[in-house]
Design a protein around this ligand. Sequence first.
Ligand code: ADE
Length: 339
Amino acid sequence: MTRESVVGLQANGDDERVLRTLRPRNLDEYIGQKALVENLAIAIQAAKERGEALDHLLFHGPPGLGKTTLAHVIALEMGTEIITSSGPALERSADLVGILTNMQEGSILFIDEIHRLPKVVEEYLYPAMEEFGIDFVLDPGPHARTVRLELDRFTVVGATTRAGLITGPLRDRFGLSMHLEFYSLDELVKIVERSARILELKVTAEAAECIAMRSRGTPRIANRLLRRVRDYAQVQRKDCIDEDAAVETMDMHGVDEAGLDRLDRRYLEVIIRQYGGGPVGVAAIAATLNEEQDTLIDVVEPYLLSSGFLNRTRRGRVATPKACRHTGLQASGQGALDL
Ligand code: ADE
């Protein structure tokens, strides 16, 4: 899944390195997700007091909200090592077995995009998570024998943007399941101010609010926008990031006051112009836009749904009256009213 724009959610190379320096390292530094952080703090303290590994834990929610960050925070709070992998990277069961047999007592195995684990690999994970053992088949054929290998107790932290695609048996093996919500404006302002302090930038309150407002409820986008505004202010020889610099940068990158970027607006425009406002299936929208359906489902739709630009009905996606006002377009069908 790729998305090329300043609000793109894939983090690569240099960008990833800087974004990592901005991540909170422990729960005290973590801004937002209040209920989740409270529950996590209790689970961590209880496991530490008992001297046990933390229960397996599943994070689900849109990209950029802190699933990977929280996995690292947990490792730091538990004082354990963390090994990171992902569903698509664990191609063969041998890849997983190699990792599991090297895990130490209490270690954390972070599996990003866990909904994309191949089935054979997932089946190895079941007994490993439940009984801390894996079964090997020796001498396949009529004399097949299985040998059990005992593992140290460890914790799987799984992350997914698509909780609905996790199989029942895998879901059942997580003792804790936590959903990440989009961040409020206040929380994002605090995150922008914290990042500005780490990057040693002067940012006015108005500029911080402008960046927060346009970051689609997502800290990763807020931090990326902040760095684009920093570039702009530097080239303009401004020693303080003010609202003008913030607004001009956002306009240059096609990010509007609602935080929507070009792909968000094209998505809404296709529903309204081509499909009379909907209802229309996501496959048809993806084909018309020439975009991956997964990108639309994982990245574009969650924020449009949560901010009232889009409704999902049994018959398909429907642009709301708010979407029509925002794009300045009129829906010809009755979709916009069809909730
Ligand atoms: N940077 C990115 N996400 C953050 C968060 N939730 N709290 C503090 N800083 C962050």
